[in-house]
Design a protein around this ligand. Structure first.
Ligand code: AQP
Length: 344
């Protein structure tokens, strides 16, 4: 190789991120992903957002009608959270075949050992790895293709996806090294804000997740005001009053989680929140949090419900986004084939 691998600064500043249509969107998806996507859309980046329906079938069987509905509901969630299809490319993964085509090349670059180390593979496959799908094992290579087929330089994600973005960097580095090129950027994970890891309302050591069997563990973006308030009222906490400084939350995972959520929803820091609520009991703080959550989330859920009454419009937005996405991805895939020596 004559030059070093290019850093992101040598590429167009381009953001890519995706969400799986595996259930109703949660507050974790909103704070860890959607809210931040809409903020980055108005900064100095090209922005591409994807509903990763091919990832959605890796972990468990998805009923086709449920998958289709979840895909449209997620599209509605993106739009209601502020993603503007006139400013960002928004589409579902399966409409752009280049993702899967590049993923095959990356399946041949990534090593089995790398994949086996992925904590999400270990968590999702559990003790029954022999019975897990090949797709679940290869998931991070498809995610690398999702990002690199656009030469994306920045990937806003929650804390849980950091390891997969690091694997994407390893795949890009190995590809560039093996073929002696500076072709793929080394994308940066962007993990910022007070709520990069929103935890379950029932267990402060587990992340809030769409597929958690307990609905009480999460706030869904489709929950109504009463349900949100009830879930927060029943959220697990400890008997102590809230501290005045963040150090006092160190050993209190559930309390920390609720304060982090409050800070992220109100766009302030944890210290500012504690300056305001330090000394209060949860019986006082929880209604404050519920009121804030309802105020922030209900306009989004109302707009999602309105959009869901017009599935044809959602489908048209996704088709247009897919055309735009393909226009970026196709030349990058063709150049990859040239580099690999695939004749056309
Ligand atoms: N609890 C969370 N806190 C902060 N960010 C989160 N994200 C997910 N949960 C949290 C972020 O949301 C984006 C989309 O995630 P995904 O749906 O592609 O997959 P996931 O991370 O596996 O999310 P879930 O909700 O846990 O889905 P299931 O249950 O289907 O696996 C990512 O940026 C993620 O970091």
């Amino acid at each position: 190789m004559t030059e070093g691998v290019q850093t992101p600064s040598a590429f167009t500043k381009r953001v890519f991120s995706g969400i799986q249509p595996t259930g109703h969107l949660t507050l974790g998806n909103y704070l860890g992903a959607l809210k931040r996507f809409s903020e980055v859309q108005d900064q100095d980046y090209e922005t591409i957002f994807c509903i990763v329906d091919q990832h959605a079938i890796t972990a468990t069987f998805q009923d086709p009608a449920v998958l289709a509905r979840a895909t449209r509901e997620l599209a509605a969630g993106f739009i209601a959270s502020g993603i503007d299809p006139a400013k960002s490319v928004l589409f579902n993964q399966s409409q752009v075949a280049e993702h899967a085509q590049l993923a095959w090349i990356f399946n041949c670059v990534a090593r089995m050992g790398w994949m086996q180390r992925m904590t999400q593979w270990k968590d999702k496959a559990g003790k029954n790895a022999q019975n897990a799908s090949l797709g679940l094992f290869a998931y991070p290579a498809l995610m690398a293709a999702d990002i690199l087929v656009y030469h994306a330089t920045h990937v806003p994600v929650g804390e849980d996806q950091k390891q997969h973005v690091e694997l994407t960097r390893d795949i890009a580095t190995k590809f560039n090294h093996d073929y002696g090129v500076d072709f793929f950027p080394i994308a940066e994970p962007v993990i910022e804000g007070a709520a990069t890891r929103v935890m379950s309302l029932r267990d402060g050591s587990k992340k809030m997740s769409k597929s958690d069997p307990s609905d009480m563990s999460r706030i869904n973006m489709t929950d109504d005001a009463d349900t949100i308030a009830a879930k927060i009222r029943k959220a697990r906490t400890d008997p102590d009053a809230l501290p005045s400084e963040s150090k006092g939350l160190e050993e209190r995972a559930e309390a920390r989680n609720l304060v982090n959520i409050y800070a992220a929803l109100s766009d302030t820091s944890v210290d500012d929140v504690l300056a305001q609520v330090g000394g209060k009991q949860f019986s006082e703080f929880k209604p404050m949090l519920a009121e804030l959550a309802v105020a922030k989330l209900s306009p989004i859920s109302t707009e999602m419900a309105r959009l869901m009454e017009h599935p044809d419009e959602i489908d048209a937005i996704l088709r247009k986004g897919a055309d735009q996405a393909r226009a970026v991805a196709a030349p990058i895939l063709q150049r990859t084939y040239d580099i690999v020596g695939m004749v056309r």
